[in-house]
Design a protein around this ligand. Sequence first.
Ligand SMILES: [Zn+2]
Length: 152
Amino acid sequence: MRIRSVTVGPDAIEAHVVFTAGQPLRTSEVPGASERVLSLLPGLRGHRCHNGRGATFADELEDTELAHLLEHAALEIMAVSGSPDTLRGRTSWDFRADGEGVFRVRLEYDDDLVALGALDVAGALVRWLLGGGQAPDVAAEAGRLRGLRTSG
Ligand SMILES: [Zn+2]
């Protein structure tokens, strides 16, 4: 999984996230994904999804798109780094338009650098779930992101 591109808009960033053929696309395909993620980001338990189904993200976490997990992880890392927890995200895909395994992850932001940094850390987290590299040190990364903050 890699982040192919990021577009910075006036109040949100949109990333195109690519999963290569054969990589899991859902949390249910990754053993222990939900426990591993919650151990790093316990605040995810309090997330709600704005998908019209009224589910909490914790309900969805056992079986949802890894790109959707990336979205919530980035929002949570932003929150831990001082961004408002009212910021919203959205994950969508159109494999026919964008290519197989390409997801669009949109994140509202209060500080664009914090959002870009949080997206990067969330990407490392998803790669760790997929078996690549170390788990990110969320507390250390959040401290670094706070230092980048140009607003508030
Ligand atoms: Zn959601």
